[in-house]
Design a protein around this ligand. Structure first.
Ligand code: UD1
Ligand code: CA
Length: 455
């Protein structure tokens, strides 16, 4: 039996007080809906459909990968009406799993359990026990099966006392679901077409309805405002850090790290407080990340040490490099092994070969640096002439003195030495010493300027 995962995402999300549609709000750097789509993808559904409405085009554009089916719910007349919009193109013989664009922490494992525990022709709702169930639909059971769901606004005192609530997530056979949805009315306290009413219809048709409980409330929490968004962010971060600690990664404080993407780590990695990882990051064995670092889409080789306060994006290092404090590695910075990049150094689209050092106050752009090179403090590769970018090449073993400007395109030969303060605009041969600065002059009898009298 095939599986259609249908994600309801048409709600407005007024409480976000944002121009951004609710399901595009970011959780761990990814839109809420993205998390739900990840969950759907992990379930290997043969059909994934998003019911959209508010902010429609923006939502569609954000996930325009072609493999999704979209169903427009032009007017938000209730959850039942929303699901109905997706039914005409849903294969008759499939099971339907209903997820929600604003319930991002639900795991594929829980969904799979819901599917596995429900015989193909039956219906099941995912429920959870809550200390305070106020506001939610209550699960009304007869024996161990579910007989109906009653919304808070339609509930009497006995029903309100029930602490098992409806998460909204449910599974059922597509053909029957379609028939029940077609029969929904909106004669209730909110004048909406309630998806939850299909439960009583199923029971009425002799279909068994199971109630499968989720392990925790966090997993099934819906996000309606920025406060809940922040709560979900913390919960998701805790989940990710737990997983990494389980794999042997050390954290100074598991509550003070943020992973907004994928972080893959080797053995004996240690991460200090306030490290933020974005995109795709890979840390080799024994990598140490000190406090206050942003690492986005980087791959750091084994034994590499990143001191505090670095900003690194699209960079790569070999083994045993040392970076920072206060270094900036930009896209295309590729360091080989044993490279040192010190404070206030920016490196962009450049390669630095084994054992080279760029330790202080330097800009390296569009450059190829050989092995064992020392770049002195305050050196700048002048790679931009105002129109085009040009390349600088520094040969193996070269020594660049402090305060040097290398005006590209330019090549410094292997083993060459450039004296401090030079502005180099012509190539320097191998092993040459080059000095480019005016002779130091002393001006005898020079007087310091004096302050003018006020007129
Ligand atoms: C719904 C359930 C309730 C459950 C609760 C869990 C119904 C009738 N009630 O209530 O039993 O305890 O969720 O949070 O289903 N949506 C649409 N189109 C619509 C209406 C809603 O796409 O016309 C989407 C919303 O974007 C939202 C979700 O469905 O993601 C839930 O809608 P909402 O109106 O918040 O339902 P609740 O009243 O909270
Ligand atoms: Ca809700």
């Amino acid at each position: 039996m095939g599986l259609s995962t249908i994600i309801l995402a048409a709600g407005q999300g007024t409480r976000m007080r944002s121009d951004l549609p609710k399901v595009l709000q970011l959780l761990a750097g990814r839109p809420l809906l993205g998390h739900v789509l990840d969950c759907a993808a992990a379930l290997a559904a043969d059909d994934v459909c998003v019911v959209y409405g508010h902010g429609g085009e923006a939502v569609k554009t954000a996930f325009a990968d072609g493999s999704l089916r979209w169903a427009l719910q032009a007017e938000q007349l209730g959850t039942g009406h929303a699901l109905q919009q997706a039914m005409p193109a849903t294969p008759e013989s499939n099971r339907v799993l209903v997820l929600f664009g604003d319930v991002p922490l639900l795991t594929p494992e829980t969904c799979q359990r819901l599917l596995d525990e429900t015989p193909a022709g039956d219906v099941a709702v995912l429920s959870v026990d809550m200390a305070d169930p106020t506001g939610y639909g209550r699960i009304i059971r007869e024996g161990n099966k579910v007989s109906c769901i009653v919304e808070e606004k339609d509930a009497g005192p006995d029903e309100k006392a029930v602490r098992e609530i409806n998460t909204g997530v449910l599974v059922g056979p597509a053909d029957k679901m379609r028939a029940w949805l077609a029969g929904l009315g909106n004669d209730n306290a909110q004048g909406e077409y309630y998806l939850t009413d299909v439960i009583a219809m199923a029971v009425n048709d002799g279909v068994v309805v199971h109630g499968v409980k989720a392990d925790s409330w966090t997993e099934v929490m819906g996000i309606n405002d920025k406060k809940q968004l922040a709560e979900a962010e913390r919960a998701l971060q805790a989940r990710r850090v737990d997983e990494l600690m389980h794999q042997g990664v050390g954290f100074a404080d598991p509550a003070r790290v943020d992973i907004r993407g994928t972080l893959r780590c080797g053995k004996d990695v240690f991460i200090d407080v306030n490290a933020v990882f974005e995109g795709d990051v890979e840390l080799g064995d024994g990598v140490k990340i000190e406090s206050n670092n942003l690492v986005r889409d980087c791959r750091l080789g084994a034994g590499t040490l990143v001191h505090s306060n670095c900003h690194m994006e699209g960079a790569q290092t070999g083994n045993d490099c040392e970076i920072g404090p206060f270094a900036r590695l930009r896209p295309g910075a590729e360091l080989a092994n044993n490279v040192k990049v010190g404070n206030f150094v920016e490196i962009k689209k450049s390669t630095v070969a084994d054992g080279s050092k760029v330790n202080h106050l330097t800009y390296i752009g569009d450059t190829e640096i050989g092995t064992g090179v020392n770049v002195g403090a305050g050196t700048i590769t002048c790679n931009y002439d105002g129109v085009n970018k040009h390349k600088t090449t520094i040969g193996d073993g070269a020594f660049i003195g402090s305060g040097v400007e290398l005006v590209a395109p330019v090549r410094i030969g292997a083993g060459a030495t450039v004296g401090a303060g030079a502005t180099i605009s012509k190539d320097v041969d191998d092993d040459q010493l080059v000095i480019e600065r005016s002779r130091q002059k002393a001006i005898p009898g020079w007087k310091k300027p004096t302050k003018k009298e006020a007129e």
